[in-house]
Design a protein around this ligand. Sequence first.
Ligand code: CDP
Ligand code: MG
Length: 685
Amino acid sequence: MATVTMGKAPLPGFPVTYSKKGRRDHAPKRHETSRRQLPIYSARSAIVDAIRCSPTVVIVGETGSGKTTQIPQYLFEEGLAHQKAIAVTQPRRVAAVSLARRVSEEVGTPLGRKVGYTVRFDDKSSNATRIKYLTDGMLIRELLSDKLLSRYNCVILDEAHERTLRTDILFGMLKDIQKQRQQMAAAAMDPSLLVEQSATTPPRVRELKIVVMSATLDAERFSAYFNHAQILYIAGRQYPVRIFNTLEPQSDYLDAAMITTLQIHTEEPPGDILLFLAGQEDIESLERLLNGSRDKFGPDALDLQVCPLYAALPPAQQAQAFAPAPSGSRKVILATNIAETSITLPGIRYVVDTGVHKVRGYNSKIGIESLLVSPVSKSSARQRTGRAGREAPGFCYRLYTEPSFDKLEEDSVPEILRCNLAAAVLQLKAAGVNDVLGFDYMDRPPKLALLRALEQLYALGALNDQGNLTDLGKWMAEFPLDPCYSKVLYQSQVFQCTSEVIDVIALLSVDTLFFSPMDKRDQAAEAHKKFVSTEGDHLTYLNLQKAYLETQGSHVWCHENFINHRGMKYVQDVRKQLRRVCSRVKVDPNTSCGVDVDKVLQCFVTGFFHHTALLQPDGNYKSVIGSQIVYIHPSSSMFGKRHEAIIYNELVFTSRLFIRGVSAIQANWIPESAPGYLNRMVDRQ
Ligand code: CDP
Ligand code: MG
C-alpha cells in the first residue's frame, strides 16, 4: 500500500489508498508541438502579464498568429479562469463552433466540457466550461439575465475590427460592467465578485478583464476608447508579397479570376493559390469552370485540386482546404472573406483578389439585413494580400486597377453608422441599454437622429412612456427589419393577413419590379395592366407575386411581361427569410385574409401612419405629419388618381417631393393607428 501526498503531509498510520488503474486528469494533449511553433508562443508571458496587470488590453496580430486559439488557453493555464470562465466572442456562428472544436481538441477534453461554445439554437457548454466561444449576439443575451456577467473573469472581444453593431453594443456595455464590478468589488458589496478570503491574503478584487483582439492596425482607436488600454503587437511572420494590379478594369471578375488562376497554374512555380470571391454562388460556378479545364494542362503539368471554402460548406469538405495538396498537384482554394482573418490556411503563395465581398448590408428600402456584394475596403485588400506571405515570399494578383484601389474606403464603415438607426436603438434597448442617449458609443450617431429614432419607436408602441421596451418592442427586436415593417408584421396577426403582409414587404424591397424599355413602352404598359389594382401599389404588387408563383418564377414569363426577373428572385429570398423568422417567433406565416385585401392596407397604416397624406380641395396631397405637399411618382399605379387618403412607402427627393409605393386608404384608419402620437404631432404643427 502506498501513501500519497495530497497537499498536506499524510497522517501517520492513515495511508491513502487509490485504485490500481489510475486516471489521468486530462487526456494527452495533442498539437502541443504545433502550438509552440505559433508566432504568438514567444509572446505568451508578455500577454499573460499584461492581462494580469491591466483591466483592458488590446492585442493586434497577423491572422494565423494564434490569437483566437491560444490566448484563451494561456489565460486558462495561468489560472485566470479560476472558478469562472473566459468568454471569446465571434461575429460569425461558424467560426465560434469550429474554433471551440479545435481548442477542445488542443486541450484534450470533449467538446462542451472545459471548452465549449454557445450559438443561437446550439449550446455545447456546461458549468464545467472554462473557455467558451460564443457569438456576440449570445453574449448580449446572457447579459440580460446576468447583468454583471458574473460567470466570467474575462471577456475576449475577437475580430473587433469588423465593428458589427453587436460588437459595438458590447464595447459600451462591457466598459460599464467593468467599472461597476470594480466599484462593487472594492466596496465588497457582492461577495461573488471577490476571490475567496484566507487568513493570509486580503480579498482581491475580481475585476472583469477585457481583451480586444484585432487583425488590423487600428488598435489606437480601441485603446483610446478603453481608457488608453495597453496595446500589444504580436509580430507575425510576414514575408514580402509582390502586388500586381490589372491595367484595365475587368467587367467580369469571375472570368478574370479564372484566366489569372490558369495563368498562375501553368506558368508559375509550385505553391497553392487562394482566390477570394464574393460568395457561394461565385465559388460554385468557378469550381465548375476550373474543373472543366483540368484536361487542358498537358501531360507534364501539375494537377489542379480545386477546394471550395465558405461558411455553409459541410465541415468535412472544408477540411480539404486545410489539408496539404497531394503530391504532383497544386491546390486552388476558392474562398469567401472567411479566409481573410478568421481562418488561416497553410501553403499559400499566390493570392488572387477579386476585390469584392458580401457584407451584411441593409436594404435601404425596407431595412432588412441581407448580404450584398460590394467592394472591399483597403484594409481588407491588404489582409488578403498578406495571406500570400505567411510561409515564404508570395504574389498577389488584384483583379482591379491601382486607381480603383486608391478609391476604396480605408476601413469598412461601422455597422452602427450604416444601418437603420431605429433598428439599432431597438437592439440597444433589447440588450438592456436604457439610456440610449448617454450610451458610451465608440462612434456616436448624431443626437438628433437618436432622438428621432426614439420618438419613432415610441410612436410604433415599441417603447412606453418611460422609454422602456414594451412586449411589442421585444417582439419587434427579433426581426432584422426597419421597425415600421416589424410593427406591420406584428399587426398582421390581428388582421389575419400575415401571408399577404410578408409578400408585400418582400416586394417592397426592390426598386423596380416592373420595367418598361424606351422602345416598348406601350407594350410594357399593356402587359403590366393586368396586375394593376385600383387600390394602389401594395395590392398591385400582391397580384404580381401571385401570378409569379403560379408560373413558378419562369424567366420567360417575366420577360414576356416586362417583369424584373432578378428582382423577383431577390424578393423570394427576402420572403423566405421573413417566413423563417415568423415561424421562429411562433407566428404562422400562412395566415391569409383571402380576398379581403383591405385588411392588408389597414395593417400597413399601423406601421406607416407617419407616411400618410390627405387629399386637399385643390387636388394635391398633404402629408398628415409635417403638412407638406407630396406628389405621387409617375411609376405608381395611383399616379393621377384622387382618393380621400393615401399611404406611401417612401419619400424620394428629386425635382419634387415624390412618394412611391402608394395606396388608397380610408382617412379614419389613420387616427386609429397611433392615437397619442398623432395628436402630439398635430399639436406641434
Ligand atoms: O486568431 P489568429 O488568426 O491569430 O490565429 P488562430 O485562429 O488562433 O490560428 C492559429 C493556428 O491554428 C493557425 O495556424 C491555424 O492553421 C490553426 N487552426 C486550425 O488548424 N484549425 C482551426 N479550426 C483553427 C486554427
Ligand atoms: Mg482569430
